[in-house]
Design a binder for this molecule. Structure first.
Ligand SMILES: Cc1cc2nc3c(=O)[nH]c(=O)nc-3n(C[C@H](O)[C@H](O)[C@H](O)COP(=O)(O)OP(=O)(O)OC[C@H]3O[C@@H](n4cnc5c(N)ncnc54)[C@H](O)[C@@H]3O)c2cc1C
Length: 603
């Protein structure tokens, strides 16, 4: 998918989309803006993961020389889960960063790392500085099992564990303790669960040659050898397993590993057969598990499996009910309830409890049942779905205004807010005190002086649709969001015209979406240009943001320095060089403080 994206990006100015929206993005949008550079569109993307970068790429393609886009990230490092999620043994997948790097080097784009929405800058401030803000800050929390014992020692969410082995700064101090661990249970059977299992079962020398964080590798090498059994727990059956064949094949194909799946759990019902017939991927996943387990049992019958050091156990139809803890509060097992599938009206085939329970021994428990986005101050949020409410990526302005009004810090100032709360993932971080002097300097910062109206709000990626889909899914998602932005520009909604102020001089055809037809009409293009030119508000953009941050950071100290893309590239080069010396792809720097030292040493 990624490759096909790259190929098509080279061939065409913009990735074609089913409804043709992305095609007219390229043709029309630049006509909608005046040519004078001081009135360029200024956009800000919050989050530099795949969704943020694909959006950047699409915005640059759509608006040509008439746009500047700033990309913020709370970390000094870009690329989101490509750096801190994708498994260390999937180096090829990470090659997408070459594409993102090329986009980031574009003079119409600026990267500002170590800048967190909700910690260093508020949404209202960004909306005052830019014509539009695109939220792409992903999903940095977890769904919970909600069962007793979940808070025990050596019980972690998959996100935390992945951050630990991938060197995310917030994961370094996770108290993973593999000493005395012989059995691991992983709740969930999606690709992330498989990644966790693979990292624990991978041959050590191969793992050590990847970009795995040094602290994790050291711990696994020293204490992880005792792991004999990994149990993958799923509430439903093998046909409903949420993983994909490629990742599964890699796991069951690891050397020195016997795979087990009780034959009774591999039985398929008529409904299962129908599901497999409908979706080839489900059939493939089922077959892979069956073949791997049968391979192990035939090995056993020919007395060959005795020399396999490690065992992977698929545990289907098992729903966790209680985490069992020893006298020191450390996990010793998981009590699971046996389930069966039943048709429930309105819900389809769901796992229902049978009342029978059993215990699966585990001294490490990883909960991999889904990520969850975080609500940030002043950001509209649908708590039930854990996404920013949107229609095709456009956040309704009434929700934006309501969220701003409901947030005291956001609503207390029309420009920059005063004290900003620490980012939810960084509660330990120093945050800015309410100091009169600071407040005064912030009030006179550029963001507050030249804002004619708050910029529009958009959303993309996991924060928009929930935590599912591969890297390439975010490209299609970005196409959709950028199509909305183009539409809003054409409709004069980003140029400072207050929402609901008539049609802004656009024709009926434009309003009804027949934009392709409009592109061939020179008179309508003139109308659009004229309308946009008269209404385009001046926004401070990067300049205003940097001034605001400089004011704030003079109080906050060196940990809060902004990292630009050149700074990241210095860190990148340092990590690669250190990796080469250590015989691995990259040696990640994992402390923000250390990252900043490297970044600023070469500046
Ligand atoms: C463990 C794991 C492994 C995966 N492996 C693969 C794989 O092998 N192949 C594949 O195709 N897909 C894989 N995926 C899926 C892929 O990573 C996602 O589809 C993609 O990363 C989602 O993109 P995003 O930009 O929405 O979120 P993210 O990648 O999470 O990016 C969000 C960014 O926002 C930043 N941010 C967060 N809060 C703030 C804030 N307050 N202010 C500023 N910035 C902020 C974060 O630091 C981060 O950089 C994997 C996912 C996971 C979880």
């Amino acid at each position: 998918m990624i490759l096909s994206y790259l190929r098509s990006a080279v061939r065409r100015p913009c990735l074609a989309q089913k409804n043709g929206a992305a095609l007219w993005v390229c043709r029309l949008s630049t006509q909608a803006l005046p040519s004078s550079s001081d009135q360029n569109l200024k956009f800000c993307i919050v989050g530099s993961g795949p969704a943020g970068f694909y959006t950047l790429d699409r915005l640059l393609k759509a608006f040509g020389s008439r746009i500047h886009v700033d990309v913020l990230d709370r970390l000094p490092t870009p690329f989101g889960l490509v750096r801190s999620g994708v498994s260390p043994d999937h180096q090829d997948t990470k090659n997408v960063i070459n594409q993102f790097t090329a986009v980031a080097r574009d003079p119409r784009a600026s990267f500002y790392g170590n800048v967190a929405l909700g910690r260093d800058v508020s949404l209202q401030e960004l909306r005052s500085l830019y014509h539009g803000v695109v939220l792409a800050y992903g999903a940095e929390s977890d769904k919970k099992l909600g069962i007793p014992g979940e808070g025990g020692r050596n019980v972690f969410s998959a996100r935390e564990f992945v951050w630990w082995y991938n060197g995310h700064p917030d994961g370094k101090h996770l108290p993973v303790d593999l000493r005395g661990v012989s059995s691991v249970a992983v709740c969930g059977i999606g690709n992330v669960a498989l990644d966790c299992a693979r990292v624990l079962l991978h041959p050590l020398d191969e793992l050590a040659a990847t970009d795995i964080a040094a602290h994790a590798m050291e711990h696994i090498r020293e204490h992880g050898r005792g792991i004999k059994d990994v149990h993958l727990l799923a509430r439903r059956g093998p046909v409903q397993a949420a993983c994909t064949p490629k990742e599964l094949k890699e796991l069951v194909g690891l050397p020195d590993l016997a795979v087990h799946a009780p034959p009774a759990q591999m039985e398929v019902s008529v409904a299962d057969q129908a599901e497999m017939k409908k979706t080839r991927m489900r059939r493939r996943v089922y077959d892979l598990i069956k073949q791997a387990a049968e391979g192990a049992s035939s090995d056993q019958s020919s007395q060959g499996s005795g020399d396999k050091q490690r065992h992977l156990h698929f545990q289907f139809y098992r729903s966790p009910k209680e985490v069992l803890l020893d006298s020191e509060g450390r996990v010793s097992g998981v009590r699971v309830e046996v389930t069966q599938l039943a048709d429930v009206e309105g819900k389809g085939r769901v796992a229902v409890a049978t009342g029978r329970t059993e215990v699966i021994p585990a001294q490490l428990l990883l909960v991999s049942i889904g990520y969850r986005s975080l609500a940030l101050p002043g950001v509209p949020f649908d708590d039930g779905r854990a996404v920013v409410p949107n229609t095709s990526g456009r956040v309704p302005m009434e929700l934006v205004e309501a969220a701003a009004a409901a947030c005291p810090e956001e609503s207390s100032s029309s420009g920059p807010a005063g004290a900003i709360a620490p980012h939810p993932q960084q509660q330990h971080e120093h945050h800015h005190p309410h100091q009169q002097q600071q407040q005064q300097s912030l009030e006179s910062s550029p963001g507050s002086t030249n804002s004619l109206s708050g910029g529009r709000l958009y959303v993309v990626g996991w924060l928009k649709r929930g935590p599912s889909g591969i890297i390439g899914t975010n490209a299609v998602d970005a196409d959709e969001t950028v199509s909305c932005i183009v539409e809003d520009v054409l409709n004069g909604l980003l140029q400072g015209a207050p929402p609901g102020s008539g049609n802004g001089g656009i024709s009926k055809e434009q309003q009804t979406g027949n934009l392709e037809a409009e592109s061939s009409s020179s008179s309508s293009s003139r109308d659009l240009r004229g309308d946009a030119k008269s209404a385009l508000a001046t926004k401070a953009g990067s300049q205003g943001l940097l001034a605001l941050l400089a004011n704030r950071r003079s109080q906050a100290g060196p940990d809060h320095q902004v990292v630009d893309f050149a700074g990241w590239e210095r860190l990148d080069a340092t990590e690669r060089a250190a990796g080469q010396q250590a015989g691995k792809v990259r040696q990640k720097v994992v402390d923000v403080e250390d990252m900043l030292k490297v970044v600023h040493a070469g500046a």
